[in-house]
Write a protein that binds this ligand. Structure first.
Ligand code: T1G
Length: 696
């Protein structure tokens, strides 16, 4: 093969087939240099009579991640992707896409405009634009349904679902799977398509029917599944349009809608969230080249709820687990609970019986702490008792190998007081999982004073292996997540004291976009558990907070939340939640005793107080360095507590509203609720003066 480089596309040729390889690593985004390279390859294809067909292939681990997100803010330079896609489609000579790795977004649209698609068996296909608040703009909407049918196409476009190579073959998205050499197979496929009558274009196929009833059903489904999101609804609308509009015109409208969505605040927020997650992986003040410790075997010390969940997450990631407990009986029930979780995954078709057996065979349970010898990491997960934790950590320290990392899963104890229980402060840090640890996507990695770079990088890499998003935070009380959550909880309780009902507060916050309100959430967590947390925080609470002892009163009345059938709400035997007049009575008594007279509270006040409590504390955490950047706080809230991603997170939301406005509202509540709760963070004060933002 004779090869010459054309920008980020390498062009070579066999006897009659041109091969254009996209080479724009790491992800082969369709940057200007790639588009220019592809246009040049198309010129060559059109010009050279000796060439019968072309293959578009790639170098690196993906076919292409699609449009270059970093170009979104600026003026797009020609050639546009749409032009290349149109030229491919109408090319009289066949073009085949040879797909190795993922074909995403514009990358997949490029492939859809080709006349044949062949892939490796580990390839993946997705149109994830909707996750960025936009929709495909280069023919995804008009071509995909023609190839695979309306339902699979809608699932990919309105939900951003990825499809495997096998499924893609099954539904007609690709034509062939390559056995061994993808490029060779693609070249012969392209040559085959060059024979008369063999070439097929997706654009000439009929768009499958998409009737009113189907549209209505899809609209309703997405309104429920993606509450408040614009793009999935626009996808349904585009499908309805494309079903009855000539191809060219429909393709133009698709592009217009994509451009329109790009400038919405939802898309800005979602693109920001994507970048915020990437930024959270970068740990402050740590060089890029620090290698993580390889984790093959992990110890989990403590076999309660957290220990079990963490063990499952580790087993799922292919890591061997030694689960330590003090008593055989509790280990037996831990093993049983883990097996039960797996059995339900089998029942729901998520795992095969074989996969479960494989995982369980990698789980060892032990009452002997010396089993922690040989573990690369040991995660301590016992109850929140400083002395008990120190004792256990010290016992682990005695038996663990020298380079073993020891981690505590404390959620509020003093990390430095735990670090001194080891002889290895460099290899010690916090890893704060959330319950249920096998499902929750967020982990706070907590940096102790002496935690080494290697330790922190290892924890961050481990979190990724566990399919979790990690944010590295400082060791302030409650870290970032719980500390901020406690401020919202406080404010929600104050609102009840002032006259709001649990149902009003929950409604306002779910209308804002949280999946569940604070009181329904409290009932799920268990009010006894929350009362215990309050007791543990008692010393640090203000008088007014101590006095807002509503949780304690509910617990005294035997209302423990969902598990007892009554909490802030009443629960029917089928789990349905309803308001309970006796809670209104309990609140009324509480107010009377405290000399508070109830007033009507506007929804706006409920929302503002709950959000401002978060925002103000978030700003304090950035100011004191507990959070490295404002965007880390947003990652904690979107990944950990269901803050709607299409609103970016509390710091982004505040910045979009404008800090002068936020400052003004903080001052208002500082005067009406109390300066000890709403005195504006100095950071907000400073930034508001220069009309700055809490995030980039
Ligand atoms: N453009 C530019 N940079 C990108 C990028 C993209 N599309 N995708 C990833 N990167 C950067 C990323 O920021 C990171 O940079 C590095 O590449 C490695 O990524 C017309 C409108 C591809 C599955 O939404 O889902 O096509 O932080 O760390 O875990 O219809 O990135 O190292 O500096 O994430 O292996 C649609 C989004 C675009 C794909 C790889 N495409 N990307 O995951 O690595 S819209 C997407 C991903 C579109 C057309 C339109 C993932 C990945 P840095 P990474 P990874």
């Amino acid at each position: 093969m004779n090869q010459h480089a054309k920008s980020a596309v390498l062009v070579s040729r066999t006897a009659t087939v041109l091969v254009a390889e996209i080479d724009n690593r790491p992800v082969n985004a369709l940057s200007h240099s790639v588009r220019a390279g592809l246009a040049a390859a198309l010129d060559e294809l059109e010009r050279d009579d000796g060439i019968e067909a072309m293959v578009i292939a790639s170098r690196g681990k993906l076919f292409s991640a699609g449009a270059d997100i970093t170009e979104f803010g600026s003026e797009m330079r020609e050639p546009f992707l749409g032009e290349i896609v149109a030229r491919l489609d109408s090319s009289p000579k066949p073009v085949v896409a040879a797909i190795a790795g993922r074909a995403m977004g514009g990358g997949l649209e490029l492939a859809l405009a080709c006349h044949g698609r062949i892939a490796n068996s580990d390839a993946g296909f997705a149109l994830p634009e909707v996750k960025l608040g936009i929709l495909p703009g280069s023919g995804g909407v008009v071509r995909l349904p023609r190839l695979v049918g309306v339902d699979p196409a809608l699932t990919m476009i309105a939900e951003g679902k990825e499809v495997s190579a096998a499924a893609a073959l099954d539904c007609g998205l690709i034509d062939r799977l390559a056995d061994a050499n993808l490029q060779e197979a693609a070249v012969s496929f392209a040559a085959e398509l060059a024979s008369p009558g063999a070439l097929r274009r997706a654009s000439t196929l009929p768009f499958p029917p998409f009737d009113r009833a189907q549209q209505e059903e899809a609209r309703k489904r997405y309104a429920k599944k993606y509450r408040g999101r614009e793009a999935p609804q626009r996808a349904v609308e585009l499908f309805a349009m494309a079903a009855v509009t000539p191809f060219e015109e429909a393709a133009r409208r698709e592009y217009e809608v994509c451009r329109e969505l790009l400038s919405t605040s939802q898309s800005r927020a979602l693109r920001y969230s994507f970048q915020a997650e990437k930024a959270a992986r970068k740990i402050e003040n740590i060089p890029d080249n620090v290698e993580p410790l390889d984790i093959a075997r992990a110890g989990v010390a403590g076999c309660g709820t957290m220990g079990r969940g963490i063990a499952i997450a580790l087993l799922d990631a292919g890591i061997d687990v030694a689960l330590y407990g003090r008593k055989e009986a509790s280990l037996a029930s831990a093993r049983e609970a883990i097996a039960k979780t797996y059995a339900s995954a089998v029942k729901r078709g998520r795992l095969t019986e074989d996969a479960v057996q494989g995982r369980l065979s990698r789980l060892a349970t032990t009452t002997d702490i010396s089993a922690m010898t040989g573990c690369d990491i040991v995660i301590e997960t016992i109850a929140e008792d400083l002395e008990a934790k120190r004792e256990l950590i010290s016992a682990i320290d005695n038996v663990a190998n020298d380079d073993t990392i020891i981690v505590t899963n404390t959620s509020f104890l003093d990390l430095e007081a735990l670090a001194t229980a080891t002889s290895r402060p460099k290899n010690f840090a916090g890893m704060h999982f959330f319950n249920p640890a096998n499902l929750m996507k967020l982990v706070e990695n907590v940096r102790a004073k002496n935690s080494s770079a290697k330790t922190l990088v290892t924890l961050s890499t481990l979190a990724q292996r566990l399919s979790k998003t990690a944010v590295t935070v400082g060791a302030a009380e409650g870290f970032v997540a719980n500390r901020m959550l406690s401020k919202r909880t406080r404010e929600a309780l104050f609102l009840l004291q002032d006259g709001a009902t649990p149902a009003q507060v929950d409604r306002v916050l779910t209308e804002f976009g949280f999946p569940v309100g604070p009181f329904a959430l409290a009932d799920m967590a268990g009010l006894d558990v929350l009362a215990a947390t309050r007791a543990a925080r008692f010393d640090g609470m203000s008088e007014r907070e101590r006095g807002a002892d509503i949780v304690e009163r509910l617990v005294e009345a035997g209302r423990l939340g969902r598990k007892s059938g009554e909490g802030y709400y009443r629960y029917a035997s089928d789990g349905r939640q309803s308001e309970d007049p006796s809670v209104a009575e309990l609140l009324e008594n509480h107010r009377r005793e405290r000399g508070i007279s109830a007033r009507q509270i506007a929804d706006e006040e409920v929302l503002e107080r709950c959000l401002l409590a978060l925002i103000n504390e978030g700003a304090n955490l950035v100011d004191t360095g507990t959070a490295a950047r404002g965007s880390d706080i947003d990652v904690v809230w979107t990944r950990g507590f269901g803050f709607p991603t299409h609103l970016g997170g509390p710091m982004f939301w505040a910045s979009e509203r404008g800090l002068p406005f936020i400052l003004d509202r903080l001052k208002h509540y500082s005067a009406t609720v109390g300066p000890e709760f709403f005195a504006p963070s100095e950071l907000i004060d400073r930034l508001a003066a220069e009309n700055g933002r809490l995030v980039g």
